[in-house]
Design a protein around this ligand. Structure first.
Ligand SMILES: N[C@@H](CCC(=O)N[C@@H](CS)C(=O)NCC(=O)O)C(=O)O
Length: 210
């Protein structure tokens, strides 16, 4: 059975949402990275970077949320969650998936790292204006793209919608300004999907490295 190792709410939500959209059976095992669980030898053997999410599928172990998303869509999607190879939609799919993790997410992650994720001695103050500047620019470009669109890519829900919606939820919790009613409506449509509401209901069991 597929095993997702992560913790809610973190980037493992993205993978869990995709597993739910694909209706795949999986086990969700929780690790508490704030308590240092992701630095145990057993966990580092799965991801030497000490980060979640990690997915196991048979002998395959894979990390990086975007890579996991693509693996699941390619392997189990059967045409769902990812546009067809060789189409303009597929090109934009990659563009926006990478945009989500490299442009939209990065200012949020910078703020989080310097608030709690980095060792205290490495954290620096005063990053707020740069974080806001970078996030606003990335958000405005996204908001322009979303005008008149139901989904991020073409006429269908895809992994990109998962990543963008998750990251916008993170931005909201981080107190970013997002004054664009059509983006709020988009997030409302995506989070109304049955697969999204099932995430919260799933029982989880802790990761046992033994
Ligand atoms: N680029 C990675 C980032 C993974 C990541 O940073 N995960 C966080 C939780 S959302 C984590 O494990 N942090 C622990 C740490 O930084 O030590 C991905 O998208 O999977």
């Amino acid at each position: 059975m597929i095993e997702l190792i992560g913790l809610n709410p973190t980037r493992s939500n993205r993978v869990q949402w995709i597993l739910e959209e694909l209706d795949l059976p999986y086990r969700f095992r929780q690790v508490n990275f704030k308590a240092g669980d992701t630095h145990s030898p057993a966990f580092l053997a799965l991801n030497p970077n000490g980060k979640i999410p990690v997915l196991r599928d048979g002998d395959l172990v894979i990390y990086e949320s975007a890579a996991i998303a693509n693996y699941l869509a390619e392997t189990y999607g059967d045409g769902r969650l990812m546009p067809a190879l060789g189409t303009p939609e597929r090109a934009h799919y990659h563009q926006w998936l990478i945009y989500a993790v490299s442009e939209l997410e990065q200012p949020l992650w910078t703020a989080a790292k310097h608030k709690f994720a980095l060792p205290e001695a490495l954290r620096v103050d005063g990053l707020k204006p740069a974080v806001k500047f970078e996030f606003d620019r990335a958000f405005n470009i996204l908001a322009d793209w979303l005008k008149g669109r139901e989904f991020m890519i073409g006429q269908n829900f895809s992994c990109v919608d998962v990543f963008i919606t998750h990251t916008l939820g993170w931005a909201q919790k981080a107190g970013m300004d997002m004054d664009a009613p059509h983006v709020a409506e988009y997030v409302g449509r995506m989070t109304a999907r049955p697969a999204f509401s099932r995430i919260a209901q799933k029982e989880s069991e802790p990761f046992n490295p033994a």
